[in-house]
Design a protein around this ligand. Structure first.
Ligand code: SF4
Length: 423
């Protein structure tokens, strides 16, 4: 039996696409292997959103070059955001790679395994309890620092009927929760004939029997609508979780980032979300060390995060991505050591905020969807996306269980099965 190995780095969209690529191989008689050395086909699903990610991809490609030298019959393919429009240049740079194909599509040329490919992606035969479902590809926003629109192209939404039928099938095969993915889910549907929006899609999915939970990410503050917030508030299966990247607490930096909203607008949006969705968890993304970001501007970001007290903050140091507006027009003039200091400062702040937020769950009973085992413990997530561990010998995989929280940390919770209803 031939074997495949998929190496994935980057966002949930890449993870979702790798899951489907894996199903695609399995439906064609391939078996997954734990290491690249045992595989007949290796696919690298790449990310170049940050320099560090790109470096890891290049290092991996270099390591695979020797493997390919030892085993010339090995097929090596690369997809993901490394694959830009200039595939001929990539072929020159990495002549030992057999195939490059763009993210979000299966290739239409190649050896036997590719020739049979359909452009629609495969669904897993035995999906995990929680599954990613891409609903919109690409992005039209062109934030000045971001490479995504250049690599994933313009926004393309999948029709409501196609997504609904896919989610129905995933539920029939065992999935309990879906996370709808898009670089900007608030743009969903604007390019379709009857212009449905995310609220319409959520309403359709909420009616699927057997589906327990629906999540979606990522939202854009300039596009998130009151209609969507109201819909989240009233649909029982839609989880109380909003991922809303702020990126900076200073309006001049937001303008240089081409984010198209102000700090004041963002604050109002958070207030509206919290007033309408009780118990909502909110996560955000922040970039520190954007070109010319002064200490005072950084402090405004720090103050905003202290004030809004997010459940989760993903913080990254700015790194110029060749081809983006910021890389072309703005000097990367904040020293790396200063970027790192700002990042550490935000991480310390968030650690203390998350410690306090999670400590409020001590002694409470929460509903958890058990997704798997790690180091001998069951792990799953609450509706608000808190990671929960459970030590118990019974089999809970794929079950919604009530867990009484006995221990909390900034990153996770721990507890035991509770037979009463969640509080
Ligand atoms: S919204 Fe901005 S940051 Fe997000 S993918 Fe689009 S261009 Fe990139």
């Amino acid at each position: 039996m031939p074997h495949y190995y998929i190496w994935t780095i980057g966002c949930q969209m890449n993870k979702a696409e790798s899951e489907r690529l894996g199903s695609f191989f399995e439906q064609r008689g391939y078996q997954a292997t734990a290491t690249a050395e045992q595989a007949d086909i290796i696919v690298l699903n790449s990310c170049v959103v940050r320099q560090s990610a790109e470096n890891r991809v290049i290092n991996k490609l270099n390591a695979l070059k020797s493997l390919k030298g030892l085993r010339p019959g090995l097929t090596l393919a690369v997809t993901g955001c490394l694959v830009n429009s200039d595939i001929e240049q990539l072929k020159k740079d990495f002549p030992y790679v057999d195939y490059f194909f763009k993210p979000g599509v299966l290739p239409t040329e190649g050896p036997q395994w590719l020739e049979k490919a359909e452009r629609t992606q495969a669904l897993p035969q035995h999906p995990p309890p929680s599954v990613y479902v891409p609903i919109i590809q690409g992005c039209d926003n062109f934030c000045s620092y971001c490479i995504v629109p250049y690599r994933r192209g313009r926004e393309r939404s999948r029709p409501v009927a196609e997504i609904t039928s896919e989610v129905g099938e995933l539920v029939r095969r065992g999935a309990k929760e879906v996370t709808l993915l898009g670089q900007n889910v608030d743009s969903y549907g604007h390019d379709l004939a009857d212009k449905p929006d995310l609220a319409d899609l959520l309403s359709e999915l909420n009616a699927i029997d057997g589906l327990a939970r629906i999540r979606f990410l990522t939202n854009h503050p300039k596009d998130m609508s009151t209609r969507l917030i109201n819909t989240v508030a009233c649909l029982d299966k839609v989880c109380e979780l909003i991922c809303l990247a702020v990126q900076s607490g200073n309006n001049d930096i937001l303008k240089a980032m081409r984010r198209d909203y102000t700090v004041e607008h963002y604050r109002r949006l958070i207030a509206e979300i919290r007033s309408k969705i009780p118990g909502v968890a909110i996560s955000t993304d922040v970039i520190v060390g954007f070109p010319s970001e002064s200490e005072q501007q950084f402090q405004q970001t720090f103050s905003l995060l202290s004030e809004l007290r997010f459940d989760t903050v993903h913080v990254a140091c700015y790194s110029p991505r060749p081809g983006t507006i910021a890389a072309k027009k703005l000097e990367d003039n904040i020293p790396a050591v200063e970027k790192r200091r700002r990042l550490n400062t935000i991480e310390q702040l968030q650690e203390s905020i998350a410690t306090e937020i999670n400590a409020q769950l001590l002694g409470k009973t929460v509903e958890v969807l058990v997704e798997g085992k790690k180091k001998g413990k069951w792990q799953g997530r609450t509706r608000s996306d808190k990671l929960v561990f459970l030590s118990d010998n019974d089999d809970y995989l794929g079950q919604l269980v009530n867990i009484k929280i006995e221990k909390t940390s900034p990153w996770s919770l721990q507890g035991k099965i509770e037979l009463s209803s969640p509080q």
